[in-house]
Design a binder for this molecule. Structure first.
Ligand SMILES: Nc1ncnc2c1ncn2[C@@H]1O[C@H](COP(=O)(O)OP(=O)(O)OP(=O)(O)O)[C@@H](O)[C@H]1O
Length: 621
């Protein structure tokens, strides 16, 4: 008790009540142990601990008082209020040395920091919303129209209950940024929660307080930061939720998104209901097929597709350049990027550490969105900044730029020089494969990165009709090869074609490190085998997609727009699609439809006629 003052001893002796004496002792012992701990940390300075000690005790008292004040100011429901104030009472009667003290304190602090009654006032004005969407986003007219309809319903209804939009499409096409624009046009706060890679239910709902280092889930944590109980809440990458051995995060999301249940959302850590029904939820996903069916059922899916080169140039000129220039503090009067330069920029992608990286899917396909393009614009801005700074350095006293031709013109050749150091040019697979030998065909596929042109190669050698396949093919694709060969065998005589029965066939789909599957390569495989059997090459400016049946019917496929856009980006002119996909094809922008020569085919014979260099080739035609 060395740290006690003489007056404190006198106070102790003057207290007759034994309980009070014990309380005093307990308090002094606590002070003693804290001082000791500090002295150990600060050897040779006995003054400092005393000062810190003196300050610390009133502070910890204040903390509880402040907490109580904060909690009193919140309007809880009766049920919640009972729980919160009984816990507060428990805290007040607890010794601060008890391990539960801090746990309870943290819990009450979280409760006091949540926006129980704080919300923003909706200000939905359709004209203003349209302007915000138009100003911030180029193209995507159907998406903007759908968003405006959604806002109109919210305005009339005065509620957002049960309406959950889900934007799906390849990366970098503006899913997140359109959600931000929705928040702006509603006058609500915007909060994003990334769900990519979550495999534990507690990431959404939190851990029970009994666990060591328990924490609230991401939803409650985000609401604490947002400080409003009705934000626009972006659930990013809902297709990347996995089921781990700690429960299913998708199931937890279901409760969050269910309008019947979400007025009493239960976080395990919070353990008292929180009303999330005023929140406007928006989800994003790259691949809608990976969503759990129950979750998918709850969402209103809005498909967004990639951009054509023309759209990319427009987005770049009107948005990306301005944004990147202001980010790098460069006046727009100092730089001039021409159209050819922008087109050249969209062909570069960043390599790891400036070194050519291992073959990745993106290297074989131009990006569907504009994220890489924006990065490239950023790289050009940094180059311009360097040139401006160098010019200024040469004359430090100058407050205007010394003799320098402004604006700095950036042309296509400059882009190659600027981006060459850290970027690599994308491999245009179409250019690399030309001229096409017999047995090679351009197919089309869709990945989470958008559509891409997928070459199909077939070669033969003398043998007994064996088929070898390579290129990481899935079971469905392997079966499509058998169907195509079966159709060829059955129809060869009728169509005046040679069969491949006396040959072994090798079918390969390049980019061998990438898994490929699906039935839509059926028509492409049939074309490759016919071309191989006849020794006649297929058109090198055409690509084909469509499933085939053994009897030669062309069946519908998915991702029509993405596939047509991929063919257009790669510089192909003709695309052969199943006739049954006509409706989807007609939804593609007129600009693109006019630019492309699209053939709608009903049978395999139609497909071959459209894909062959020299028509007619089949006896029947
Ligand atoms: N149509 C457009 N007009 C203007 N800018 C656009 C457009 N589309 C995309 N962008 C810009 O491209 C960038 C990337 O967009 P965003 O982050 O919204 O992509 P995303 O679709 O959410 O991608 P991810 O799936 O990877 O999350 C943003 O800076 C965005 O503003």
């Amino acid at each position: 008790m060395k740290h006690l003052e003489f007056s404190q001893f006198l106070e102790f002796l003057g207290t007759k009540n034994v309980e009070k004496r014990l309380e005093m002792c307990e308090k002094w012992m606590q002070m003693g142990s804290e001082t000791k701990a500090l002295q150990l940390r600060l050897p040779g300075n006995s003054e400092i601990p005393k000062k810190i000690n003196k300050r610390k005790i009133p502070n910890s008292k204040n903390q509880v008082e402040q907490l109580e004040e904060k909690l009193n100011a919140i309007e809880f429901t009766d049920e919640v209020s009972d729980r919160v104030f009984s816990e507060l009472h428990r805290l007040k009667n607890m010794n601060s040395q008890q391990s539960e003290y801090n746990i309870l304190m943290n819990w009450l602090e979280l409760v006091s920091n949540l926006p129980w009654n704080t919300s923003t006032v909706d200000d939905i004005e359709i004209g203003k919303a349209r302007k915000i969407l138009e100003d911030s986003h180029e193209s995507m007219d159907d998406v903007k129209q759908r968003v405006l309809e959604h806002l109109a319903v919210c305005k009339i209804n005065n509620s957002v209950k049960g309406m959950i939009l889900c934007f799906t499409g390849p990366p970098g096409i503006g899913k997140t940024s359109i959600a931000k624009a929705i928040a702006e046009s509603m006058g609500r706060k915007f909060q994003r929660v990334s769900l990519g890679g979550i495999r534990d239910e507690s990431d959404i709902r939190g851990h029970r307080r009994t666990y060591v280092a328990a924490m609230p889930g991401r939803i409650i944590e985000a609401l604490k930061h947002c400080k409003s109980n009705n934000p626009v809440f972006l659930l990013d990458e809902v297709d990347k939720l996995y089921v781990g051995n700690q429960g299913s995060p998708s199931a937890a999301l279901l409760e969050l998104l269910d309008p019947e249940q979400n007025s009493t959302f239960h976080d395990h850590y919070l353990n008292i209901p929180f009303d999330v029904s005023k929140i406007m939820f928006i989800a994003t996903a790259n691949d809608i097929e990976r969503l759990e069916p129950a979750l998918k059922d709850r969402l209103e899916i809005i498909e967004m597709s990639g951009y054509s080169m023309k759209e990319k140039v427009k987005i770049c000129e009107n948005h990306l350049v301005t944004r990147q220039l202001s980010k790098h503090c460069i006046s727009p009067d100092y730089v001039n990027l021409d159209r050819q330069a922008i087109m050249a920029m969209s062909e570069f992608l960043q390599s790891e550490n400036g070194q050519p990286c291992r073959a990745k899917l993106e290297e074989y396909t131009m990006e569907a969105g504009v994220r890489q393009l924006e990065r490239n614009v950023g790289a050009v801005c940094r180059h311009v900044a360097l040139r401006l700074a160098e010019a200024l350095n040469s004359d430090p006293s100058a407050d205007v730029l010394p003799d320098m031709e402004l604006p700095i013109q950036i042309r296509e050749s400059d882009i190659h020089k600027i981006l060459k150091a850290k970027h690599m040019k994308q491999v245009k697979i179409v250019e690399k494969m030309r001229p096409l030998p017999p047995g090679v065909c351009f197919g089309l596929s869709v990945t989470t990165n958008g559509g891409r042109v997928m070459p199909i190669e077939a070669s033969k050698c003398k043998g007994t009709g064996k088929i070898v396949t390579t290129g990481h093919l899935g079971k469905v694709l392997e079966e499509s090869i058998l169907v195509a060969k079966g159709w060829l065998g059955a129809n060869a005589e009728k169509l005046g074609l040679k069969t491949l029965e006396e040959n072994d066939i090798h079918v390969h789909l390049p980019a061998g490190a990438i898994n490929k599957d699906g039935p839509s390569a059926g028509t492409g495989l049939a074309c490759a085998l016919v071309s191989l059997a006849m020794g006649v090459p297929l058109r090198s400016d055409a690509a084909v997609t469509g499933e085939i049946s053994l009897t030669g019917h062309v069946l519908p496929i998915g991702g029509v727009k993405e596939k047509v856009l991929a063919a257009q980006r790669e510089g192909l002119r003709r695309v052969v699609l199943p006739k049954t996909n006509e409706e989807e094809y007609l939804k593609i922008d007129e600009d693109i439809r006019n630019e492309m020569d699209v053939v709608l085919a009903d049978t395999v014979e139609d497909v071959i006629e459209a894909m062959m260099e020299k028509a007619p080739v089949l006896a029947k035609l």
